[in-house]
Ligand binder design. Sequence first.
Ligand code: ATP
Length: 221
Amino acid sequence: MTAPPLAVFGGTFDPVHIGHLRAAWEAAEALGAEVRLVPAKIPPHRPQPVASPEQRVAMLRAALAGQERLRLDLRELDRPGPSFTFDTLTSLRGEVGSTRPLVLVIGADAFAGLAGWHRWRELFTLAHVCVLTRPAQIPAMPDELAAEVAARHAGGVEALCAAPAGRVLDMVVSALGISATRIRALLAEGREPRWLVPQALLDDPRLLAAYRPPATGSGRG
Ligand code: ATP
């Protein structure tokens, strides 16, 4: 019998929020997989994060405390240069061997941009891709990505478990219209993102400090 899949959920996590965590949790359950949350140091395909890698890791550690299914994987922070998913999957494939299913878990918005990623076609030789629904503006898939995916559709989780890589599975997860962009905006306005982020991020005032407006003087002499 083959080992259960190892799944990878990358992102900037600037900050990590309930939308990430619930989606990753549901993917972990549906795939019967351990999921690694892999924060990017230098995301190559989007603006740079507001919080430092260390701050984002501190938030992830606080968010993930108390459970084992979603784990933190810091390999992208240990690598110099842009955090290419190709390099991350190559490194994980080296660890798990050639037969264990490896699954790149990704939101539908991010997946639509896959054809702009470094060595994107080769990602399918390294891993399966599990595309999660997200209640957000999803850009249209370019023709070259649609063509690549067309022959790779998996009917279900079994197809992913039966091969090490190469299939694409669409997965419906709870529709949580939460984004890190919105949370950063709330904090910049001095508002509290209660129930959009794990309580642990609110309990320690240092954790979300990078997004709050700079403190002004009290005005007292
Ligand atoms: P930002 O608003 O800064 O762009 P984000 O909320 O999209 O951030 P990322 O860290 O960029 O978060 O996302 C990492 C991964 O999580 C991506 O694959 C993204 O599609 C997915 N994701 C983020 N939020 C959700 C959500 N609410 N539901 C499902 N997937 C999500």
